[in-house]
Structures are given as structure tokens and as C-alpha cells.
Design a protein around this ligand. Structure first.
Ligand code: GLA
Length: 387
């Protein structure tokens, strides 16, 4: 068991007075590059991280799933013999609720459970805490009902839960990597064909340094659907099924004819898909300076064209650029949905401590906010163990 799984098991015992039968867990993720491309049928390049959400559970002989969490006093109860709908007010319980609804809809009815959720994936920090919870719940219920879903079906079940129970019209990247992540490998995912291409990413001399800005701006939830709408609008104007089909040449012809904000969103997506393709080549060639440059360019595009960055994320990217390759930073960018949350830097492992200290000190001095920094290697996806 990982420490998170052990913790969930211990907390279950303390809460319910008996041992759990299963412990399911799923990782958070960082996206190395390929941001806001998943719902445009494009390419993404995430990896699972060594921070997990774990759910310890055991049958309780009732028609109810009861979930308690380490991070909240709110208890989520799910009545299995009533229609399952999201609570009117946003609540963490809606993620597992959405997963249970997906299983019931598929004709796979779980038994009643007592469950305890523990997580060390920071919540709302762009590391996919919600997909980690959904993915852990999915593999738990697969075990409970005794049916392993086809992986793509499981991914889509999580995505549907996020759409219908959390109101976020997200793509498939997060559940895909949280469910299926592999140790030592990054995932080049073609979101049109849903074909994974697993890339070895385990050079001991480089590391991904995750910098949590520890800020989250209100805009985060309202801007996501706005960008998604703009991307569909741009595809419609260009007469393509999705921005994956749009070329830079075709986009240039449209310049000036359409709304500038929407056009820039489209430019981000088209250039980002191309950067992601090149980043995969760089990873294959272990060309870290090249991967770093592509990450820098991605950040610039997210900041100026897609406009989902914020002062704090820009500051981390600036500080990282100031240290530069000579100081051991190959490149840096925001990761995930933006407007706060985390940035990542590709760093020389031997300089990790110095780099982390420099970023922390400069960020703290400029913002007055203490950032959280940690490194992670690509980790394993969702799993269940018999406790
Ligand atoms: C969120 C969504 C993903 C993806 C990213 C941006 O994490 O859940 O589907 O769109 O934002 O790349």
C-alpha cells in the first residue's frame, strides 16, 4: 500500500470501527503540454503524479453508499434505490454521485457501502483532484460489481459525471490519465482516435517540478465553458469538424474577418497541437532543452492567445525563465485549467533543491503567498487492493 492507501484504511477503521474490504486509489496528474486541446480532438501529453486520492470501503448491508472525507465535514449519502441527481449546491459528494449514476445507468448496481476518502492531491489546484476522485470511485465500483469496464467506457463515464454532476464541460484527458497512467511513462493521447501512445519518460537526470501557486481565481469555472464555446465557434467559421482539422494557413485567411478573441483561441489550439506533437518527438529523443522551449512557448500562447493564465502563474514562468537552462531549468508553463493552481518546470534533477528554493523565495517575496513545491515521476493509474 502507498501511504495514502494506508491512511485511508486506518481512517476507515477509526471512523467505522472495522477494517475496510477494499482500498481504491487514483493519482492526480500534470499535463506536460497540450492544454485545452482535448475537447478540440487534439493531442495532449499528461503524466500521472505520485499524489493519490484513496477510498477505503466495505459493504454495509444497506441500500445506501455513505462517504466520509478527511477533507470535509460534509457526509455524502447516495440512496441506491432513488434517482441519483447532483445536490443543488456544489459539493465533493457530487463526483462519486455522478459515478454511481453512471454505473446504475449501465445496469451495474453496486451494493450499499461505507466509504472513507483520503487525498493528498491538492484540491482545485489544476492537478485533477476531481478526476482522481472519480477514477478511484470508478475502479472501486468495478470491483464491487465484479465487472471491469472497457477502459474508454470508464473514461467516458468519468467525463459524463464531470459534465452532469459538476457542471464542467471538460474533455477526456484527466480521467484517461488518472485511470490508466503508467509508472515511468508520459501519455501522448490523440483525443480524436482516443489512441494512447505511451512514451518512456524516466531519465534520472531530469524531473518535473510542480509549483502550486496556492492561489485560485474566481474566473476558473466561468471561463472554461467560455473558451470551449469559442473553440466550437471558430471551428464552425472555418467549416471544420473540430480545430484539430484546422491548418494555420486556413486560420490566417480568417484573420481580421472574425472576432479577435475567438481567433486567438483558435490560434492557441492549432499551434498547441503542433507543439505537443513536437514535444513527443523531443521526449523520444530525450532532447530536454527542446521540450523546455516548447513548454515556454505553450505558456506564452496560453497567456496571450487563450488568456487563461494569471499574474501568479506568469510570475512562476518568469522566475523559471530567469534561472534558465544554465541554472538547470529547461522550461516552464502553467498546467491544467489555469487562473491559478499549478505551474510545472522541467528541471535538472541535480539542481532541484537550488531551483525550488529560488522559485519559492522569489515568488513569496513578490506575492506574499507561500507556494508549495514538489517533484514527481510518472506514477501508476487507478487501482484497487483487497485490504
Ligand atoms: C481541465 C479539463 C481538461 C482539459 C484541461 C485543459 O483540466 O478537465 O479536460 O481541457 O482543463 O487542458
Amino acid at each position: 500500500m502507498t501511504p495514502d492507501e494506508r491512511q485511508a484504511s486506518d481512517r476507515f477503521r477509526a471512523t467505522y470501527g472495522a477494517a475496510p474490504r477494499w482500498v481504491a486509489s487514483a493519482p492526480g496528474r500534470v499535463n506536460l503540454i497540450g492544454e485545452f486541446t482535448d475537447y478540440n480532438d487534439g493531442l495532449v501529453l499528461p503524466m500521472a503524479i505520485a499524489r493519490r486520492t484513496a477510498i477505503a470501503a466495505a459493504p454495509n448491508g444497506t441500500d445506501q453508499i455513505m462517504l466520509k472525507s478527511d477533507a470535509s465535514d460534509t457526509i455524502a449519502t447516495i440512496e441506491l434505490n432513488r434517482p441519483i441527481v447532483p445536490t443543488p449546491r456544489p459539493s465533493w459528494g457530487n463526483y462519486p454521485r455522478g459515478i454511481v449514476a453512471g454505473f446504475l445507468e449501465a445496469g451495474l448496481a453496486p451494493c450499499g457501502l461505507n466509504a472513507l476518502v483520503c487525498s493528498n492531491v491538492p484540491i482545485g489546484a489544476g492537478l485533477s483532484s476531481s478526476a482522481a476522485l472519480e477514477s478511484a470511485m470508478t475502479v472501486l465500483l468495478e470491483t464491487v460489481v465484479g465487472t471491469k469496464l472497457d477502459p474508454i467506457r470508464a473514461v467516458l463515464l468519468c467525463q459524463t459525471a464531470e459534465h452532469n454532476f459538476a457542471g464542467v464541460p471538460c474533455g477526456i484527458m484527466d480521467p484517461f490519465i488518472c485511470l490508466l497512467g503508467r509508472p515511468g511513462q508520459a501519455l501522448l493521447l490523440d483525443c480524436r482516435s482516443r489512441e494512447p501512445d505511451w512514451l518512456p519518460f524516466e531519465d534520472p537526470t531530469v524531473e518535473v517540478l510542480i509549483v502550486n501557486t496556492n492561489v485560485r481565481h474566481e474566473l476558473a469555472s466561468s471561463e472554461y465553458p467560455d473558451r470551449r464555446r469559442r473553440c466550437s465557434e471558430a471551428a464552425r467559421r472555418l467549416a471544420v469538424a473540430s480545430l484539430r482539422e484546422a491548418s494555420m494557413e486556413r486560420l490566417q485567411q480568417e484573420a481580421g474577418h472574425s472576432d479577435d478573441t475567438t481567433w486567438r483561441c483558435a490560434r492557441h489550439v492549432v499551434t498547441e497541437i503542433d507543439r505537443t506533437r513536437r514535444a513527443a518527438e523531443a521526449i523520444r529523443a530525450r532532447d530536454w532543452p527542446r521540450l523546455g522551449r516548447l513548454m515556454d512557448e505553450s505558456h506564452e500562447s496560453l497567456k496571450s492567445d487563450f488568456r487563461v493564465s494569471c499574474a501568479e502563474l506568469d510570475l512562476v514562468s518568469e522566475i523559471a525563465a530567469g534561472i534558465g537552462p544554465q541554472g538547470g531549468v529547461f522550461g516552464a508553463r502553467m498546467t491544467g485549467g489555469g487562473f491559478g493552481g499549478c505551474a510545472i518546470a522541467l528541471v535538472l534533477a541535480s539542481a532541484r533543491e537550488t531551483i525550488a528554493a529560488a522559485i519559492r523565495n522569489r515568488y513569496l517575496a513578490r506575492t506574499g503567498v507561500e507556494p508549495t513545491l514538489f517533484v514527481s515521476r510518472p506514477a501508476e493509474g487507478a487501482r484497487v487492493i483487497e485490504a
